[in-house]
Design a protein around this ligand. Structure first.
Ligand SMILES: Cc1cc2nc3c(=O)[nH]c(=O)nc-3n(C[C@H](O)[C@H](O)[C@H](O)COP(=O)(O)OP(=O)(O)OC[C@H]3O[C@@H](n4cnc5c(N)ncnc54)[C@H](O)[C@@H]3O)c2cc1C
Length: 390
């Protein structure tokens, strides 16, 4: 490479872009190497094309949010320094209007392209050089420069990490595994439910022990369950775990016993009308082995109790981790926190090298937490790399 760069960023995702901007703001000459034909690919697909880029819960004034992150102790100092107010101010400074939807932050255009557009404009203003279709296979291209590894997780990033790890087998590293994805479950109860949404409480249990519990909108699929509450549960789930759905959280005090009394002469297949979508009601009847044509009055007390119990504890067993075509939104794993200085994200074993974003073993739930980590860690690494330039 003939031209000299103070800082070379490997990977043009949100973490890489942010680290480039932070380093450039400190006066560094910065180069981004990106494997694909353009930078910011995941920004464009994030939040269903709307880019949920952060969450107001990520607030230095209310550090409870930290419990939402995997490896929170490691990430804490950066997240408290670079919280959602800091990020919102930064994006507004770059000319992007922001909208707050129940704490989830989006560009006001509700178009992910707007985030990328303001970042590209700022990169240009900061004279950051971008080389696309350039796969950095190892760090030999980056002699005499500070390097920021911001290559996330994909087929290219694993090769570069592999090379670094080969060079130094001591580097603390955790294998990646997909998180934030739909769950494959047993299918016998799912007949007729594909695409049906329901607000419910999802409890995740292993050997009877509660691992996760959250209320949210779930979508039944022919292979299992999806929706944000399912994605969040997938951070904790393993094959053989039990998903238990409480489908009554929206019933506002209505109960089956009263409905059975009032509509005694009606058929059982109408029992859940007004409480649950009809196909879900029919699935509950099937699970309770109650024929839909029977009249409600024929139900015994124990059958009503059984129906009530299925409504609050609709169980599905999680089957395997083979996702097939189901794309995860994030990966858990990568560089362990023992490998890095928590303030600067400098690799302890390679002082010229910094890391940022998904390549580090930190992740959060849906709601802007993962992009927030990418921006905040990118900023921290970029500043530190620029300040340490020789
Ligand atoms: C469908 C989808 C929707 C999502 N929605 C949201 C959301 O709404 N909110 C949220 O908070 N999070 C969301 N996420 C997660 C979020 O996109 C990631 O957490 C974030 O992109 C991670 O940023 P990163 O820069 O670390 O990695 P990446 O975005 O993966 O960027 C890494 C970049 O490095 C490049 N690269 C890799 N290896 C090399 C190499 N050897 N040489 C050169 N370049 C290389 C890659 O091509 C890529 O461009 C979503 C993810 C997906 C898949």
């Amino acid at each position: 490479m003939s031209e000299h760069f103070d800082v070379i960023v490997i990977g043009g995702g949100p973490a890489g872009i942010m680290s480039a901007l932070a380093a450039a703001a400190e006066g560094s000459r910065v180069l981004i190497l990106e494997a694909k034909d353009r930078i910011g690919g995941k920004i464009m697909v994030s939040g269903n094309g709307r880019c949920n880029f952060s969450n107001t819960a990520i607030s230095a004034g209310a550090p409870d949010f930290l419990s939402q992150y995997h490896n929170a102790e490691f990430a804490a100092s950066i997240l408290l320094r670079c919280d959602s107010s800091w990020l919102r101010d930064l994006f507004e400074h770059w000319g992007m209007a922001v909208v707050d939807q129940d704490g989830w932050l989006f560009p006001a255009t509700r178009y992910a392209g707007s985030v990328l557009e303001v970042l590209l404009r700022e990169l240009k203003r900061s004279s950051v050089v971008i080389k696309t279709q350039c796969v950095a296979a190892d760090l030999s291209c980056c002699q005499d420069s500070k390097i920021i590894l911001a290559c996330g997780f994909n087929e290219c990033s694993s090769s570069i990490l592999g090379n670094i790890i080969d060079v130094d087998a001591q580097l603390p590293y955790t294998e990646f595994r997909p998180i934030l994805h739909p769950l494959n479950t047993e299918k016998s109860l799912l007949e007729g439910l594909d695409g049906l949404r329901a607000v419910c409480r999802l409890n995740l249990l292993r050997d009877g022990k509660l691992l996760f519990s959250e209320i949210g909108e779930l979508m039944f699929r022919n292979y299992g369950i999806s929706g944000i509450v399912t994605f969040n549960a997938s951070r904790y789930s393993e094959k053989g775990d039990i998903v238990s759905l409480d489908l009554t959280t929206t019933w506002n005090g209505l109960n089956l016993t009263d409905i059975c009394e009032r509509y005694a002469s009606q058929p059982c297949n109408t029992l859940f009308d007004g409480l649950l979508r009809r196909p879900l009601g029919l699935a509950i009847l099937r699970k309770a082995k109650v024929a839909g044509e029977r009249s409600i009055t024929s139900l015994t007390d124990s059958e009503i109790k059984r129906l009530e119990s299925i409504c609050t504890d609709f169980q599905l067993e999680v089957q395997g981790s083979d996702l097939g075509n189901l794309q995860p939104q994030a990966q858990r794993g990568g560089l362990s926190f023992e490998a890095l200085d928590p303030e600067s994200l400098q690799l302890k074993m390679a002082p010229n090298v910094y890391a940022a974003g998904e390549i580090i073993d930190v992740d959060g739930p849906c709601g802007g937490y993962n992009l927030h980590w990418a921006w905040a860690s990118g900023w921290a690494a970029g500043l530190a790399a620029a300040k340490s330039k020789s």
